[in-house]
Design a protein around this ligand. Structure first.
Ligand SMILES: NC(=O)c1ccc[n+]([C@@H]2O[C@H](COP(=O)([O-])OP(=O)(O)OC[C@H]3O[C@@H](n4cnc5c(N)ncnc54)[C@H](O)[C@@H]3O)[C@@H](O)[C@H]2O)c1
Length: 125
């Protein structure tokens, strides 16, 4: 991704500290997105956010330590992201937060239990 085709968009990425979430964060930042990077592991998250910011430029990323299975903390983090970047335009979930049939960072309202149950781990949290 060399064109900054995501300029002006904010992406919230869970599981951003390692693996697919880390690689995607770097690519999205390089494409011009603001990337709100969330992970439970602060050590890897800080390293990952540095790498993504190197790709996207100063201020392109912000790291948020959060256990996405903690609904209260996750909601507060989403509010922090909106406060920092103004909006959440794209949600990429690389870690499940399914708990008792509900999900925290789901792309549908939490009341949509059927969707959560159907999609489960790959799509929630
Ligand atoms: N790697 C693959 O080939 C592959 C294939 C198909 C599906 N997946 C799915 O894609 C997702 C990501 O895979 P990966 O290989 O990049 O995983 P990974 O283990 O490398 O990275 C997952 C990240 O999620 C973070 N995390 C774990 N629990 C968390 C929590 N409660 N709150 C916030 N962050 C948390 C971890 O600290 C880690 O940094 C997983 O759900 C995996 O099942 C992976």
């Amino acid at each position: 991704m060399t064109d900054r085709i995501l300029e002006g968009k904010t992406v919230l990425m869970t599981g951003a500290g390692r693996g697919i979430g880390r690689s995607m964060s770097v690519a999205l930042a390089a494409a011009g997105a603001k990337v709100a990077m969330i992970d439970i592991d602060e050590y890897v998250l800080v390293e990952s956010a540095k790498e993504a910011e190197d790709a996207g430029g100063q201020g392109s990323t912000k790291a948020f330590v959060c256990d996405v299975t903690d609904a209260t903390r996750a909601k507060a983090t989403a509010e922090e992201v909106i406060s920092a970047f103004g909006s959440i335009d794209v949600l990429v979930t690389m870690r499940s937060s399914v708990r008792n049939g509900s999900a925290t960072f789901s792309s549908r309202p939490q009341s949509s239990g059927n969707w959560t149950t159907t999609c489960g781990m790959p799509c929630c949290g």
